[in-house]
Design a protein around this ligand. Sequence first.
Ligand SMILES: *[C@@H]1O[C@H](CO)[C@@H](O)[C@H](O)[C@H]1NC(C)=O
Length: 349
Amino acid sequence: MSKTSTLLAGLTGAALVAAHGHVSHIVVNGVSYENYDPTSYFYQPNPPTVIGWATTQQDNGFVEPNNVGTSDIICHRSGAPGGGHATVAAGDKISIVWDPEWPESHIGPVIDYLAACDGDCESVSKESLKFFKIDGAGYDKTAGRWAADALRANGNSWLVQIPSDLKAGNYVLRHEIIALHGGGSPNGTQAYPQCINLRVTGSGSALPAGVPGPSLYTASDAGILFNPYVPSPNYPVPGPALIAGAASSIAQSKSVATATASATVPGGGGANPNPTPASSTPAAGTPVPGTTLRTSTSTAAAQTTPPPTGGSSAQTKYGQCGGSGWAGPTACAAGSSCTVLNDWYAQCV
Ligand SMILES: *[C@@H]1O[C@H](CO)[C@@H](O)[C@H](O)[C@H]1NC(C)=O
């Protein structure tokens, strides 16, 4: 008996360190947008321009508690703004999909924040972002499961609702799973923040106050240093309080994508750059400058601006133009110049 327990404990221990993840895409009203893939884009000479922030966590890794007071907690390790955004309406529900399958062992809360960008999120300084919490689910005593379990049960996806009264503008959505399997020990919890640029439309006026990313948590917060292996845990979700009127989570369901769209780059859009088809059999969408739209059932090529080409041609505004290991273009399109954001990422802004 005790031998079996010891063996199981050993196997569990091995599994605990093995697996991690990242957000592969989001789905908004049936349209799928690719996110930044840290496991492959980092190595590509000219990765796609996406709505998700670039990071240097090629291991699908995490930010540890000893670093929650640093800029790495804002939008993951060495996070740098995504080159484009998706447009959503206030009140829309967004499905955030993780890859690979979220490990069963990585129990913990799922939390979502928004922060308004002063101008384009594509060129925002992450230190200037002030995050307010729009949902935050921990342990559901009625269901007897953690939010991360609910995410797994929902096809590795989490449904987030943009507050319906939110003021129109550009926002960074900071979606995060916090894995507590090692949380009983100091520096043992794992934070997996993922940042995505959104342009929110609507006629609301709410703009809640927020806090800078490095002020969200401390290593000794009750919801960070926490042993989850107790019956029906009384878990306090860490971070600031939910904004007025917000629920810890909305009812979860999966979203089916019927079309894909690429990120809209700043300055490329008209009044409403959202290419979302209204019906379930989407027509070839309305071309929008800077936007590529194709239905999932057709092989239609890009309709408008092609992605930046490699080689000697200049990188488009908001595209990557440098950083450790970068083999793509280093010159920037007219009207932008190559700006070093960190050792791993320089961007045409
Ligand atoms: C904290 O955790 C990280 C990730 O596991 C590790 O790399 C680092 O060495 C730890 N720091 C301390 C002081 O234990």
